[in-house]
Design a protein around this ligand. Structure first.
Ligand code: DHE
Length: 516
C-alpha cells in the first residue's frame, strides 16, 4: 500500500514537473482542478472558479487556498506538489474571464436538476416536537451548513449541509414546511423541514444574486449576474422560463436582486446596468393586453398569446437602482443608487418618481425596516459606507433623523412586539458592537458586545418578538440569544460562522421588522 502511495507521489511529481517544463496553464487547471471545479470552471463538487464568482475572495487568499487547502472542505493543498510559479499561474487563470459565457438556459438548468426525495412519500407533519412556526434556519458559512433551531427551547433540531457560499435570505413555502436556499453559484436547494431532508436542487444560474418565492408558493425565481437573466421555476424547481435581462434599448444587464410583492402577485427586479425597474407578474390569469405588460424580453415573441404567464412591465427610472425597500402595501419602491449617495422613491403603479432622497454613504435599503413613530410610519436604513442609520418619514419622504453609529452597518431588525430596533456595526474597528435603538426616542439606548474582538452581526427575532438572536460572525462563532426586553443574554449556541437567521413566522407573514 505504502509502495502504491510512493509510486503515485512520484507520478504526480513527474507530471507536475513536466507541466513546469512547458504545458500551459489550462492543462495545469485540467489536471489538478477540473475534477472538482468543472472542466469549464463552472463548478462541480467545488465552487465555480470564475472572476464573477470569486470577486469576494482576494487573489492572495485564493493563492493561500491553492497552496494550503481549505479546512472543512475537500479542497486539498497543492503546495507540496506544485511550484510557486505554477500556483501563481493557476491563481491568475481563475481570475481570467472566460472567453465566452456558456449558455445557461432552460436546457442546462433542467439538466442540472437533482431529485433527492419525493415529499409525497413523507410525513405532512414535523417529525420533531417544536412549534413549526417558530423555527429558525441559521446559515453557517464556516463549513457550509444550516442549523434548524427551535425558537422556544433554543435547542438545535437538526444540522445539514448546504451548497457552498449561500447568500441572501432563504425563502420559505407559505406553510413553512419547505425552505429554498440559494447559493452564489446559482444552486437552489428545496429542503423539507418537517422531514429533515433535501428534496430537490437545481442550478438556476452560473452566478446568482438571490432568490424569491411567490406568496402563493407556486414559483421560485432567481436573479442572475451570469448569465444576465432571471430564472423562473415551479415549486419543485423545474424551469418554466428564462428571461434575458436587457433594457429597452437592448443593453444587457446584470440582475442585482429580485423580490416578491405579495399584494401585486408579482416579482420586482433590480437591474444593475440599465435604468429600469422590472415587475414580472405571476397573476393567474396574467394581466391582459399588451401595452405596459409585454413579453418584449423574448426576441422570438412572434407567437405570443395574451394568456402567457410572466409578462413584464418596464419602469424607467432616472438612475441605476441596486437595492430595494418596499412600503407595506408594495405601492412604492425605494431604490438605492448603484453609485451611492442617494435614493429614489418610485410609485410602482404609475411608474412615476415620487421623491429623491439625499442619503449619505451607501444606504442598505434591502435591510431597511419600518415602524410607527409618533403617528407616522418611518423607514430606518443602515448604511454600508457611513456610520449612520437614516430615519425617513414614509409620507413626506423627509429624512427626520440621522443616528450616528460606531461604524457602517449591514443589517437592521425589529419586531412589532418590541420597542427596540437593532443594528450591527459590520465594518471597521467596532465590528464587535450591536446598537439597540429605542423606536420611540430614536436614540441608541444600549450597545452590546456579545464577543469582544469578533464581528457581531445580523439580528432576528422569535415569532413573538420576545427574544433577539445575534450572530457571532466567526468560524469559532455562536448565536447569542437575548431577552429582547431586558437585553440580557440568556443562551449562547456555538456555531461555525453563522450569518443570517430566518424565523418561519416572521418571514412567511412578511413582518415589518424583518427582511422579506
Ligand atoms: Fe448580501 C441579503 C446584496 C455582500 C450577507 N444581499 C442580500 C440581498 C441582496 C444582497 C440584494 C437581499 C436578497 C435576499 O435576501 O433575498 N450583499 C449584496 C451585495 O450587493 C453585497 C454588498 C456585495 C456582494 O458581494 O454581493 C453583499 N452579503 C454580503 C456579504 O458580504 C455578506 C455579509 C456575507 C455573505 O454571505 O456574502 C452578505 N446578504 C447577506 C445576508 C443576507 C443578504 C445574510 C440576508 C439578509 C436577511 O436578513 O434577509
Amino acid at each position: 500500500m505504502k509502495r502504491v502511495g510512493t509510486l503515485l507521489t512520484l507520478l504526480t511529481m513527474s507530471l507536475a514537473s513536466s507541466i513546469h517544463a512547458g504545458d500551459d496553464t489550462e492543462a495545469l487547471y485540467q489536471q489538478h482542478c477540473a475534477s472538482c471545479h468543472g472542466v469549464d470552471r463552472l463548478g462541480g463538487m467545488g465552487p465555480a472558479l470564475l472572476p464573477e464568482n470569486l470577486h469576494r475572495l482576494r487573489p492572495d487568499a485564493a493563492r493561500r487556498v491553492i497552496t494550503g487547502g481549505r479546512t472543512a472542505t475537500q479542497m486539498e493543498g497543492f503546495g507540496e506538489r506544485l511550484s510557486a510559479e505554477a500556483i501563481e499561474r493557476l491563481t491568475n487563470h481563475i481570475y481570467t474571464p472566460l472567453k465566452e459565457i456558456p449558455p445557461w438556459g432552460m436546457e442546462e438548468i433542467a439538466a442540472s436538476r437533482v431529485v433527492h426525495t419525493d415529499p409525497a412519500q413523507h410525513s405532512p407533519t414535523p417529525l420533531f416536537d417544536a412549534d413549526p412556526q417558530n423555527l429558525f434556519i441559521v446559515v453557517e458559512l464556516g463549513d457550509h451548513h444550516a442549523t434548524l433551531l427551535d425558537g422556544d427551547s433554543f435547542e438545535p433540531v437538526h444540522r445539514f449541509q448546504t451548497r457552498m457560499n449561500v447568500h441572501g435570505g432563504p425563502k420559505y413555502s407559505p406553510d413553512g414546511r419547505f425552505v429554498y436556499i440559494g447559493s452564489r453559484d446559482g444552486w437552489i436547494t428545496k429542503y423539507d423541514i418537517y422531514n429533515l431532508t433535501p428534496v430537490v436542487e437545481v442550478r438556476a444560474g452560473i452566478n446568482t444574486r438571490n432568490i424569491a418565492t411567490s406568496n402563493d408558493g407556486r414559483f421560485v425565481v432567481a436573479a442572475n449576474y451570469l448569465p444576465h437573466s432571471i430564472t423562473v421555476l415551479d415549486a419543485d424547481l423545474r424551469p418554466l422560463k428564462v428571461i434575458p435581462a436587457a433594457g429597452r434599448d437592448g443593453t444587457s444587464s446584470r440582475v442585482s436582486a429580485i423580490y416578491t410583492a405579495p399584494p401585486r402577485d408579482s416579482f420586482i427586479a433590480a437591474l444593475k446596468d440599465v435604468k429600469e425597474v422590472w415587475e414580472i407578474s405571476y397573476r393567474d390569469p396574467p394581466p391582459q393586453g399588451f401595452g405596459s405588460w409585454t413579453h418584449d424580453y423574448r426576441p422570438e415573441s412572434g407567437d405570443l398569446r395574451e394568456s402567457e404567464p410572466f409578462p413584464l412591465r418596464r419602469i424607467s427610472v432616472d438612475d441605476y437602482l441596486d437595492d430595494f425597500f418596499f412600503d407595506l402595501g408594495y405601492t412604492t419602491v425605494f431604490g438605492a443608487s448603484r453609485d451611492g449617495g442617494k435614493g429614489l422613491v418610485v410609485d410602482l403603479d404609475t411608474g412615476r418618481r415620487l421623491a429623491e432622497l439625499a442619503l449619505p454613504g451607501f444606504p442598505h435599503l434591502g435591510s431597511g425596516i419600518t415602524w410607527e413613530y409618533r403617528g407616522r410610519r418611518v423607514l430606518a436604513t443602515p448604511n454600508i459606507r457611513e456610520g449612520a442609520v437614516s430615519i425617513i418619514d414614509l409620507e413626506s419622504y423627509e429624512i427626520i433623523k440621522r443616528i450616528d453609529t460606531l461604524g457602517p452597518g449591514f443589517f437592521m431588525r425589529s419586531h412589532d412586539n418590541t420597542r427596540y430596533a437593532w443594528v450591527d456595526v459590520f465594518f471597521g474597528p467596532h465590528r464587535e458592537a450591536v446598537h439597540v435603538i429605542d423606536k420611540e426616542s430614536l436614540e441608541i439606548v444600549e450597545t452590546l458586545r456579545p464577543a469582544p474582538g469578533k464581528t457581531a452581526a445580523h439580528v432576528e427575532f422569535t415569532r413573538d418578538g420576545s427574544h433577539a438572536l445575534v450572530s457571532i460572525w466567526d468560524d469559532d462563532g455562536a448565536v447569542v440569544i437575548y431577552d429582547a426586553k431586558s437585553l440580557k443574554e440568556i443562551k449562547r449556541l456555538p456555531m461555525r460562522k453563522p450569518s443570517g437567521k430566518y424565523n418561519v413566522h416572521n418571514k412567511t407573514h412578511y413582518r415589518s421588522g424583518t427582511s422579506h
